[in-house]
Design a protein around this ligand. Structure first.
Ligand code: PMP
Length: 284
C-alpha cells in the first residue's frame, strides 16, 4: 500500500507523524472518504467541496487548491495495484508544542495524510436480503455537519451495533431520527421517501445528495424535513446510504421487522437508478 504524507508518497508502514500532532492530541482535523471504481474517483468534486467546507468550518487554511487535491488523489490511485479503492484523506492542524487547546500562535503546517485501501463493498446478500440496525441516543456535539476526525461518539455508537449483531446504529436526538453512526438514513412510508434536511446535526452525505437527486430526476415522491422516531419505527422501508456501502436496505430495527422484512419496492427502484447512474458516469 502506497500512502501520502505531507508531500511524499511512500509505503504505509514507512510513514510516521509526531506525537505532538493536534490530530492525535485533540482530534483537531477533518477528513473525507472517496470511493474509487476501476481507478475512477466517484463524485470527487463533491467530496473535495465538502473537504473545503469542513476546513473552513474549523478555521484551518486549505493547504491545497482543488486542482492540487485532484492531482493528489489521482496520483495516489494510480500507485495502487488494485482498481477499486477507498481513498481516505485527512488534514489536521499540524504539530505544535507545548500542548495547548488554543490554535498554535505561530505558523503551523497542516498535516495532510491520504491512504488508498481496497474498496470492500458489503456482500451481495446485504443488498438482496437487507441488514439489521439498532438505535441509540445521539451523544455527539452540535456541529455534526463538519466531517471531523474526532469521532468518539460515532465509535461508541457503532460498537453498539457490532455487539447487537447489527450493521449500523441510528442516532436519535430530541425525538428525531438524525443519521447513522457512519451513514445517512432514509425512510419510506406509503410510497413517499422521507429524509432529514441538512443542518448542523447531521453530515450532508455525498451519497445522500445523490439519492435525493435520483429521486427527483426519476419523479419519486420525496419529502425533506424532520423525521420523527415514530416515523422511523412505523416505516415501510428504511435505507442507509454512505460512500462505502452505497445504499443498503435495513430490514430489522432494534430486533423488530421493518415493513415486510425484505428490501421494499422503492428501495429496488432506487438501487437500480443508482447502479445505472454509476455505470453511466464510469463510462464517460
Ligand atoms: N453521516 C456520517 C456520520 C458519516 O460518517 C458518513 C460516512 N462518511 C455519512 C453520513 C455518509 O456520507 P457519504 O455518503 O458522504 O459517505
Amino acid at each position: 500500500l502506497i500512502a501520502y504524507l505531507n508531500g511524499q508518497f511512500a509505503p504505509l508502514n514507512e510513514l510516521n507523524i509526531s506525537v505532538m500532532d493536534r490530530g492525535f492530541l485533540f482530534g483537531d482535523g477533518v477528513y473525507e472518504m472517496i470511493p474509487v471504481y476501476s481507478r475512477r474517483p466517484f463524485r470527487l468534486d463533491e467530496h473535495l467541496a465538502r473537504l473545503t467546507n469542513s476546513l473552513a468550518a474549523i478555521q484551518l487554511c486549505n493547504p491545497y487548491t482543488q486542482a492540487q487535491w485532484r492531482a493528489l488523489v489521482l496520483d495516489l490511485v494510480a500507485k495502487q495495484s488494485f482498481a477499486d479503492q477507498s481513498v481516505y484523506v485527512q488534514v489536521t492542524r499540524g504539530v505544535a508544542y507545548p500542548r495547548n487547546h488554543a490554535f498554535p500562535a505561530g505558523e503551523t503546517v497542516p498535516t495532510v495524510f491520504a491512504l488508498a485501501d481496497p474498496l470492500e463493498l458489503p456482500p451481495a446478500r446485504a443488498y438482496e436480503l437487507g441488514v439489521a440496525a439498532v438505535t441509540t441516543r445521539d451523544l455527539r456535539w452540535q456541529r455534526c455537519d463538519i466531517k471531523a476526525i474526532s469521532l468518539l461518539a460515532n465509535v461508541l455508537a457503532k460498537q453498539q451495533a457490532v455487539e447487537a449483531g447489527a450493521a449500523e446504529t441510528i442516532m436519535l436526538r430530541d425525538g428525531l431520527m438524525i443519521e447513522g453512526a457512519a451513514s445517512n438514513i432514509f425512510i419510506v412510508q406509503q410510497g413517499v421517501i422521507y429524509a432529514p434536511q441538512t443542518g448542523e446535526h447531521m453530515l450532508a452525505g455525498i451519497t445522500y445528495e445523490l439519492v435525493i437527486e435520483l429521486a427527483q430526476s426519476h419523479g419519486l415522491p420525496l419529502v425533506l424535513g424532520e423525521v420523527s422516531e415514530a416515523m422511523l419505527r412505523n416505516a415501510d422501508e428504511v435505507w442507509l446510504t454512505s460512500s462505502s456501502k452505497e445504499i443498503l436496505p435495513i430490514v430489522q430495527l432494534d430486533g423488530r421487522v421493518v415493513g415486510k422484512g425484505v428490501p421494499g419496492p422503492i428501495y429496488q427502484a432506487m438501487i437500480s437508478f443508482y447502479q445505472n447512474y454509476k455505470a453511466t458516469v464510469m463510462r464517460r
